[in-house]
Design a protein around this ligand. Structure first.
Ligand SMILES: C[S@@+](CC[C@H](N)C(=O)[O-])C[C@H]1O[C@@H](n2cnc3c(N)ncnc32)[C@H](O)[C@@H]1O
Length: 243
């Protein structure tokens, strides 16, 4: 997980990826949470909160959100939403979700865009922490990188602002690779590497945790797990505690 701090910090420094306002995208994410909770409000833990836009959209709906973010600069950006006049409250904790001690239990735990940073064992460790942080009748929503999509994107390049980007796939370890560099400085590139899981691989992983797969959403629509196609970068899973 050596790449994590540098990659997300450079994304911010080079392209202000986490500095924007709340958009329809974040409000759609928050709506999915509320629909999954059947309209019930409560306490949410958001992991890897980035610039806090999803937390802010949840607070607009009335949820109380504890947002955990590793990178001090991104946690600082998220803090600006704590003074919004939303009905829900946001607390930002600049910390590592592998290390943080949280006394409180949560009704809902969310992790958008970022699951899979370490090895399978690291993922199991995080999932077991999630099981501990959840209330008995709570649920977690986690976005999972979709191998079918990322295998199709090998070699795809993009340019925006002063940044070049290239996608690749590590077939041996099932990881999407997302390399960024400043134009003319390819030798100083940074690379995100995320483990992608098919639903059946995820079930194997979950067997070693205190969590159960309860459902899968693709593009905010509830689907069967054998229907994950290769059109979306990620799909969303709903997890509940083993009874
Ligand atoms: C791809 S970004 C997504 C940010 C946000 N969830 C969103 O959708 O806009 C992943 C985020 O997870 C954070 N992150 C990675 N590892 C973390 C850890 N161990 N503890 C807390 N945050 C972490 C990164 O710093 C980064 O902000």
């Amino acid at each position: 997980m050596y790449w994590v701090k540098e990659f997300y910090l450079k994304q911010q420094e080079w392209a202000n990826v986490y500095g924007g306002g709340i958009t329809e995208y974040h409000r759609k994410n928050a709506e999915l949470v509320k629909n999954t909770a059947q309209g019930k409000l409560g306490d949410i833990l958001e992991l890897g909160a980035g610039g806090g836009q999803n937390a802010a959209a949840l607070a607009e709906l009335g949820y109380s959100v504890t947002a955990v973010e590793l990178i001090p600069q991104l946690a600082g950006i998220a803090c600006k939403f704590t003074s919004n006049s939303a009905p829900g409250k946001i607390e930002v904790l600049q910390d590592d979700f592998y290390e943080i001690n949280l006394e409180k239990k949560f009704d809902i735990i969310c992790y958008w865009d970022g699951f899979g940073i370490g090895s399978d064992d690291d993922q199991i460790r995080l999932l077991n922490r999630i099981a501990d942080w959840l209330k008995e009748d709570g649920f977690a929503l986690i976005e999972i990188y979709n191998p079918g999509y990322w295998k199709k994107t090998v070699g795809k390049t993009m340019k925006f602002g002063k940044v070049n980007r290239r996608y690749d796939y590590d077939y041996q370890n099932n990881r999407m690779l997302d390399r960024w560099w400043l134009r003319n400085f390819p030798e100083n590139s940074v690379c995100q590497s995320l483990r992608c899981y098919k639903p059946e691989d995820l079930k194997t992983l979950l067997a070693e945790t205190g969590l159960n797969l309860k459902g899968i959403y693709n593009d905010n629509i509830w689907i069967e797990d054998n229907l994950v196609d290769n059109k979306s970068m990620q799909y969303m899973i709903k997890l509940v505690k083993n009874k």
